[in-house]
Design a protein around this ligand. Structure first.
Ligand code: SF4
Length: 196
C-alpha cells in the first residue's frame, strides 16, 4: 500500500500562515464525518476565523455560506456544524482508533501548495511490511508542475482560472494540463463548465 492520505486542518492553517486573507472556511462534510468537527479546534485556536462544516446539497452550501455571513455580521468567529445530520464533534471513534493504529503524521507535499508540515499520514513502522515506500526500492522524481499552470494560485484563491493563459484553450476537461482541471471538483473545471 502506498499512503497518500492528507489531513485538512494543516493545509487550511498553512494558507492563513502564508498570508492569504481568509474570512471563513466551508469545512468538508465527508472528511469531518469520520474525523469529527474537533479536528479544527487547533486551527481555530490559532486563527480566529469562521468554519462551517457543510453538507453537499445546494441548500446545505447556501445555508453554510449564510451561517458564515451571519457570524461575520455578528462579529463572531467560531466552528459550527451545518451538516448535523451526519457530522458530530467527535466523529467516528472506531474508525479514528484504527487510523491512529496504522498511520502517523508526516510532512507531505501538496500539488500547487508545496510541502506542508505534518499534513500527511505515513504508515507506522509496525506496519512497514505493507508499506510500498519501504518495500519497493524505486526512486520517483518529484512531480513537476507545467510552468504556465497557475493552479497553486487558484487553489489559494489568489487568482481565478480565467486568468490562466491556458484556460479553455490547451487546458480543458478533455485535455487537463493542471490538477484543477482534472476532476469535476477542481476550480478550473467548475469554471469551464459553469462560469464561462
Ligand atoms: S486552466 Fe489548466 S493550466 Fe491553467 S491553472 Fe487551471 S488547471 Fe492549470
Amino acid at each position: 500500500m502506498l499512503s497518500a492520505h492528507k489531513t485538512m486542518p494543516e493545509a487550511m492553517m498553512a494558507l492563513i500562515d502564508d498570508g492569504i486573507k481568509i474570512d471563513g472556511y466551508i469545512g468538508p462534510g465527508h472528511v469531518s464525518t469520520i474525523a469529527g468537527a474537533t479536528m479544527y479546534s487547533r486551527l481555530i485556536e490559532k486563527h480566529p476565523i469562521s468554519i462551517v462544516i457543510s453538507g453537499f446539497e445546494p441548500v446545505d452550501l447556501l445555508q453554510s455560506i449564510y451561517m458564515i455571513v451571519q457570524q461575520i455580521e455578528n462579529g463572531e468567529r467560531k466552528l459550527e456544524i451545518q451538516y448535523k445530520r451526519v457530522v458530530t464533534p467527535e466523529g467516528n471513534r472506531k474508525a479514528k482508533a484504527l487510523v491512529e493504529e496504522v498511520f502517523e503524521p508526516c510532512d507531505d507535499w501538496w500539488r500547487g501548495l508545496g510541502l506542508i508540515h505534518q499534513s500527511g499520514m505515513a504508515i507506522k513502522a509496525s506496519f512497514s511490511a505493507f508499506d510500498a515506500l519501504k518495500q519497493i526500492p524505486v526512486e520517483v522524481e518529484p512531480a513537476r508542475e507545467p510552468p504556465e499552470c497557475i493552479c497553486g494560485d487558484v487553489l489559494k484563491g489568489i487568482k481565478k482560472p480565467v486568468e490562466c493563459k491556458l484556460f479553455g484553450k490547451t487546458c480543458n476537461p478533455v485535455n487537463p494540463i493542471g490538477a484543477c482541471m482534472v476532476s469535476n471538483e477542481g476550480a478550473c473545471q467548475a469554471f469551464f463548465r459553469y462560469g464561462r
